[in-house]
Design a protein around this ligand. Structure first.
Ligand SMILES: Nc1ncnc2c1ncn2[C@@H]1O[C@H](COP(=O)(O)OP(=O)(O)OP(=O)(O)O)[C@@H](O)[C@H]1O
Length: 580
């Protein structure tokens, strides 16, 4: 189901309509003081004799003051209505965005850069503010003020009005057609560049250490610099175009210019006897205010574009198909601890399959190793087992249950996954370990940390388990961070454990500690491990060689090492490498 921008802001529609009506009334009432002044001028300047209250200037003065007050009140009330509705809508949208992210396939969410998510949750929902809170009031006020003002001028003296509008129309057409060409396209590119810069900034902050190493030689190689340069180039172009249009329109429509234009036309009309002196007065009073409506509209135009782009990004996210959750919440499956991958095919992009009809079974309590050349599909298979994505064909069964039929919590209680990229939050060590079981006591967290061979290191941190990671003293090495995630998996106590390159970031000493932690963690569980170091998995119960999305060899180490094929080649190459 696709969600449109209109559907996104629908909850605020009632308030927007009310605001438009109130501000339209306000704009009409605000014109009354000028009508009053015109009438006063007709009595004083033209010496018109009227009977009743219409002939009393002081009555017109009172009407002028009252209507000014009521007009402002209606305008402010209209703005207040939409601001309240927008605040509620923003709160709701932020909730919806976070909820949508939670229900998308995990693999899809991890593809969205953190910066883009931050922009969506914070900036985009805030940008919708203009669309909801200001467009109904300010646009209506500007349009109605102009229309009513112009209408009144036509009513007072249609020929003078025509002369004035004609002068404006020609001048505006020339300015707009020459300066605004391609404006919509550049505004779109400006929005995209903004998103790219936000994503690259977060990426840079997260990987500042690596970026520093590379930046030492060539700063422009980083994605951040590219995004920054692109953003600057586009924003310069955008500012130049919009600046040119705004300043030219501004000069034409500023009150002094309008006053002079009216003065010249009025002098001509009075001299020719086409108009009376009092009839020219509304032109001097109302005409300089009319362009304010244009200025408001031009100023709002940019905000409206930004709002629409932001709303579209949010609408696109909310339109994405959520991953349906199965209904099994408690009941154990028929084959506890078993992983069955049956005729599974999968592609990230349509028509580019990366896993083709793969089948294997990992029996409870056994170790299955996935090995093979880079890009073969090992991580993809691991992610499919943990249901980061849904398979295109075939089925993945955990404990004999199709993963699509189980609830996420059921799956989480059966499958623990330790990924290549260690993600720890800016929180205490305790909270980071207890992520898999928030109710865990300190004793349980400590037991998990001991099993993951990281307890001693944690005790050397300034505040022990209460040290906030990432803050002063709370820095851990890659291998140590990995052991924190192992402790987390240990605490999760799932019967199935998926390890993706668990020693990728570790130094040799840390690697030993990780292997010790791993054997504690693995005992009694079904383990599926992705490993590049074949020596670490030579005791595995089955080894699957994954190449180009297929299983090309399977068996135990002793069998495979004596067969001609990728495994024996990899084994020999690694033996030579480690002997060297
Ligand atoms: N999120 C993604 N979107 C599109 N293609 C992807 C994505 N992740 C992986 N791929 C592609 O799928 C194929 C398999 O990748 P995968 O990461 O599963 O391989 P791998 O065997 O684990 O590699 P490595 O040993 O280098 O980690 C590769 O061609 C890769 O480029």
């Amino acid at each position: 189901m696709s969600i449109s921008v209109a559907a996104l802001i629908r909850p605020a529609k009632g308030a927007m309509v009310l605001s438009a009506v109130l501000t339209a009334l306000g704009a009409i009432v605000t014109l009354v003081p000028f009508v009053a002044l015109h009438n006063m001028a007709a009595i004083w300047l033209d010496g018109q004799v009227r009977t009743g209250w219409t002939g009393k200037p002081w009555v017109w003065a009172v009407i002028a003051v009252l209507s000014l007050f009521v007009g402002q009140l209606l305008y402010l009330f209209g703005l207040g209505v939409t601001h309240e509705a927008e605040a509620k809508l923003r709160h709701r949208l932020r909730g919806n965005v976070v909820q949508a992210l939670g229900s998308l396939p995990l693999g899809r969410v991890s593809q969205v850069p953190h910066g883009a998510i931050r922009k969506m949750v914070c900036d985009d929902t805030a940008a919708i503010h203009t669309l909801v809170a200001h467009v109904p009031g300010d646009v209506t006020n500007a349009v109605v003020s102009m229309v009513v003002g112009l209408g009144y001028l036509v009513w007072v003296d249609w020929r003078l009005a025509l002369a004035l509008f004609g002068t404006w129309a020609v001048a505006i057409m020339i300015i707009v057609s020459t300066t605004m060409r391609g404006y919509s396209d550049i505004t779109k590119r400006f929005g995209h560049a903004q998103t790219a810069l936000a994503a690259a900034t977060v990426e840079m902050l997260e990987g500042i250490k690596e970026i520093k190493n590379f930046q030492a030689t060539d700063a422009t190689r980083t994605r951040f610099n590219a995004a920054r340069q692109q953003f600057s180039a586009i924003s310069f172009d955008w500012v130049r175009r919009s600046g040119r249009a705004i300043s030219l329109l501004g000069s034409l429509l500023r009150p002094a210019t309008v006053f002079v234009t009216v003065a010249l036309l009025a002098a001509l009309f009075v001299a020719q006897d086409w108009s009376t002196l009092s009839a020219t007065l509304p032109f001097f009073l109302i005409a300089p205010g009319i362009p304010e409506g244009f200025t408001v509209l031009v100023g709002l135009m940019q905000h409206i574009y930004e709002s629409q782009l932001a709303a579209r990004t949010t609408a696109e996210l909310l339109s994405e198909k959520p991953m349906p959750e199965g209904s099994r919440t408690q009941e154990e499956g028929p084959n506890p601890g078993q992983v069955e991958v049956c005729e599974v095919s999968f592609s990230y992009e349509p028509d580019v399959p990366v896993v083709h009809g793969v089948s294997f079974t990992a029996e409870p309590g056994t170790v299955t190793a996935l090995v093979g050349p880079s890009g073969g599909g090992k991580s993809t298979l691991a992610r499919l087992i943990a249901r980061f994505y849904d398979v295109n064909d075939g089925v993945v069964r955990i404990s004999g249950v199709d993963v699509r039929e189980a609830s996420f919590s059921w799956l989480l209680s059966r499958v623990a996954i330790v990924l290549q990229d260690v993600t720890l939050s800016n929180d205490s060590v305790h909270t980071n370990i207890a992520l898999s079981k928030p109710s865990a006591t300190r004793a349980e967290v400590e037991a998990a940390a001991r099993a993951a061979c990281i307890h001693d290191r944690i005790m050397r941190l300034p505040e022990g388990y209460d040290t906030v990671l990432g803050e002063v003293g709370g820095f851990l090495s890659g291998g140590e961070r990995q052991r924190i995630t192992l402790a987390r998996a240990y605490l999760q106590d799932a019967p199935i454990l998926i390890l993706d390159e668990a020693t990728a970031q570790a130094d040799p000493q840390s690697e030993r500690a990780i292997h010790e932690a791993l054997s504690t963690l693995a005992s009694g569980r079904t383990v599926i491990i992705i490993a590049h170091r074949l020596a670490t998995i030579r005791d595995a119960d089955q080894i699957l060689v994954i190449e180009d999305g297929h299983i090309t060899q399977r068996g135990r180490h002793e069998d495979l090492v004596n067969q001609a094929g990728t495994y024996s080649e990899m084994w020999r190459a690694q033996e030579l490498h480690y002997m060297a």
